[in-house]
Design a protein around this ligand. Sequence first.
Ligand SMILES: Nc1ncnc2c1ncn2[C@@H]1O[C@H](COP(=O)(O)OP(=O)(O)OP(=O)(O)O)[C@@H](O)[C@H]1O
Length: 310
Amino acid sequence: MDTNEHVIEVTDLRRVYGGGFEAVRGITFSVNRGEIFALLGTNGAGKTSTVELLEGLARPAGGRVRVLGHDPYGERAAVRPRTGVMLQEGGFPSELTVAETARMWAGCVSGARPESEALELVGLAGRTGVRVKQLSGGERRRLDLALALLGEPEVLFLDEPTTGLDAEGRRDTWELVRALREAGTTVLLTTHYLEEAEGLADRLAILHEGRIATSGTPAEVTAAQPARISFRLPDGYFLGDLPPLGELGVCGHELDGRVVRLRTRELQRAATALLVWAQGERVELPGLDVRSASLEEAFLGIARAQGVAA
Ligand SMILES: Nc1ncnc2c1ncn2[C@@H]1O[C@H](COP(=O)(O)OP(=O)(O)OP(=O)(O)O)[C@@H](O)[C@H]1O
């Protein structure tokens, strides 16, 4: 299998709504076969607007989308049977049972796998006789996912797949998505959960106001953010007693009471210099905490830099 094949290609994509509002303002990215790609962003950043264009539900105002080499809007018949879509709101008839819903949906999918298999995959095998209206919010999300899997899609679009799931349900969904990737499925998902993107995505893009603010592997995106060192000043010491912060490679600091917080892009150098200083002074640095930036910090950093109260 050629894992460098671009299964999704998006070039300078734009979406404009009826009133003239430009929700997607020229975004470019690609997703390789067998990759999990996450779209992150603040509320209203344009994630759903983008995913809907990839799903062929609307025509772009500009730019180009290709899914499996086809235009998903203009060549819907070529793309739709090979993709699975989990929308944010499923909207099934609430009187039908889980089994009936799956059967009805399977009737619309060519070459569908057995409904029982799809329900088993998402952990709903024991709920087949339950009416949709009696399902919990999390169970409905899982039913949505089962329906998206019925056609054994090559490409799966998941719009906030774990919203409303409890911690266990979320972990089960992550495992399932990973297993799908192992089987060669390409997955594009949107999420508000940064740990979901960090733990699941091979690559991600953070959208902000219709543009990609940053993209890359989770490690690349976080590496662009400064790491943090924090500790309490030892008794009798003041901030000015520390070695010159510039020499430690510190790019920002704050003092909160006696707690010092340093930000650095050279974590190893700064931490080493600080520890060497403490050893020379024969003091402990109480509450010492040294950590690389998390995706959450990268996300908040981008939102702050662009003037958003995240
Ligand atoms: N049908 C519509 N008509 C006009 N504007 C719309 C429409 N749908 C969405 N928008 C606007 O487009 C922008 C992007 O919305 P979108 O739903 O794509 O964001 P999102 O990143 O998915 O947000 P969320 O995280 O809140 O789901 C928002 O400002 C939204 O108000």
